[in-house]
Design a binder for this molecule. Structure first.
Ligand code: MRU
Length: 351
C-alpha cells in the first residue's frame, strides 16, 4: 500500500541554505517554531550538545553539514590538506554527544570523502552531506513499510522519546513505522510516553503526530507497565542511538524498563533504526558510553527549582536494552528477528 508522504512527512528540521545551516530549535517546541542559524562547525557542535537538534540520525546529519561549514573556514589545495586544517573542528563536532553512534559515523564518512577529494573538495563534501540526508529519508520510508508489515490490523502501540521527522531527515524511524502502520489501518491507537526528564515524548512526539492528524494518547513513563497489563498495546516501537554487534540497543532512558515490562506482558518489542546506528565494532551494550546530563534537568522545571535545596540527582539519559528482550530490529538493510550476533553479522558484517 502506498503512503501519502505529503500528509505524513512535512517537517524538515535540518535545512541547508547554501552557506549556512538552519536547525528547527527543539528546545522551543511545541509552542514556538523557530529556526536556529549556524554559520560555523562550532555553532553546530553547541546546537547538538544543547539539544537544539537531537535524535541520533538528525545529530549525524547536522554534524555532516557542520563539516561543510568547517570547510568555509579553511583554505586548502586538496581534500587531505583540508581535512588536516579542519581536524580540530571535526574532533569538536565528534565529541558533542557521546552515545548516538550516527554522529561518529557521519564524521568518519565525511573525513573519508574529504581524504579522497582533490581540488574540488568543497563540492565533494557538500554532496556527501546531501547524500547522507537523502539516504536517511529513503531508509526511513523503507523501514516504515518493513516494520508496519509485522503489525496486525487494529493494534495499539506504545512509543518512547521522539523518533520522528524531528529526529531524522524526515518521516522518522519508529514513528515512520507508526505512520505507515496508521496509514495502512494496522495501528488503531498510539500511546506516547512523556520521556522524562527532557520531555521528548510530551513536547515533540505529541506535537509531531498531532500535525499528521494522529494525536497520540500521552502517558506518564511510569504508567507503561500498567498500560501493557490492560492489553491496550501489542507493540512497543522505539528507535535507537546505537545497536551493538549482539543486538544490545542503547536508546532513551526508560526504554529498558519498557522492554522488561513488555516481555512480562507479552507485548512485542520493535527497534527501528538505519544502518548508520549499527555499531559492529562494539560487541555488547556494556561498552557503550551512556551520556550523563546536568542534574538541573531533574531538579528544575524551566528556571524554577522544584526539588528541595541540598538534594542532588543522577541523570543518565540513555539505557541499554539487551538484545534478548527485542523481537525485531528493523533496518533499511533488512530485518533481524530475535537478534543474535550471527544474525547481525549476516547483514552487517564489516569484513
Ligand atoms: O537525547 P535525544 O533526544 O537525542 O535521544 C533520542 C533518542 O533516544 C531516540 O530514540 C533515538 O535517537 C532515535 S531517533 C530516530
Amino acid at each position: 500500500m502506498t503512503i501519502d508522504y505529503d500528509r505524513y512527512d512535512r517537517i524538515r528540521p535540518i535545512q541547508w541554505q547554501g552557506d549556512h545551516l538552519l536547525l528547527l530549535d527543539q528546545r522551543r517546541l511545541p509552542f514556538e517554531t523557530v529556526y536556529l542559524r549556524c554559520d560555523s562547525a562550532a555553532e553546530v557542535a553547541v546546537a547538538i550538545r544543547d539539544l537544539a537538534v537531537r535524535g541520533a540520525p538528525a545529530i549525524g546529519i547536522s554534524a555532516a553539514w557542520g563539516v561543510v561549514l568547517a570547510g568555509q573556514s579553511v583554505q586548502a589545495a586538496h581534500g587531505a590538506e583540508a581535512e588536516h586544517a579542519m581536524s580540530s573542528q571535526l574532533d569538536a563536532l565528534n565529541a558533542s554527544r557521546p552515545t548516538a553512534v550516527n554522529l561518529m559515523w557521519a564524521i568518519r564518512r565525511m573525513r573519508a570523502a574529504l581524504r579522497a577529494a582533490g581540488a574540488e573538495w568543497r563540492e565533494v563534501i557538500a554532496a556527501e552531506a546531501e547524500a547522507i540526508t537523502r539516504e536517511d529519508l529513503a531508509a526511513n520510508r523503507h523501514m516504515g513499510a518493513l516494520g508496519a508489515a509485522y503489525i496486525a490490523a487494529g493494534s495499539g502501540v506504545l512509543t518512547h522519546c521522539n523518533t520522528g521527522s524531528l529526529a531524522t531527515a524526515g518521516f522518522g524511524t519508529a514513528l515512520g513505522v507508526i505512520r505507515a502502520g496508521v496509514a495502512q489501518g494496522r495501528i488503531s491507537r498510539v500511546f506516547a510516553g512523556e520521556t522524562r526528564p527532557w520531555g521528548q515524548g510530551a513536547r515533540l512526539t505529541a506535537w509531531e503526530l498531532a500535525q499528521d492528524g494522529i494525536p497520540p494518547t500521552l502517558i506518564a513513563d511510569s504508567a507503561a507497565a500498567h498500560l501493557m497489563k490492560t492489553g491496550a498495546v501489542q507493540w512497543l516501537i522505539v528507535g535507537a542511538d546505537r545497536i551493538c554487534a549482539n543486538g544490545d540497543t542503547a536508546n532513551k532512558i526508560g526504554t529498558y524498563a519498557h522492554a522488561i515490562s513488555a516481555k512480562h506482558h507479552g507485548v512485542k518489542v520493535m527497534v527501528v533504526a538505519p544502518s548508520s546506528t549499527v555499531d559492529m565494532s562494539t560487541p555488547h551494550g556494556d561498552e557503550i558510553e551512556i551520556e550523563l546530563r546536568d542534574a538541573r534537568e531533574l531538579l528544575f522545571s524551566g528556571d524554577r527549582r522544584v526539588v528541595a535545596e541540598g538534594v542532588d540527582a543522577w541523570n543518565p539519559v540513555f539505557d541499554v536494552t539487551p538484545g534478548h528482550l527485542i523481537d525485531v530490529i528493523v533496518t533499511e538493510k533488512g530485518v533481524i528477528e530475535r537478534p543474535t550476533e550471527a544474525a547481525m553479522r549476516a547483514i552487517f558484517q564489516t569484513g
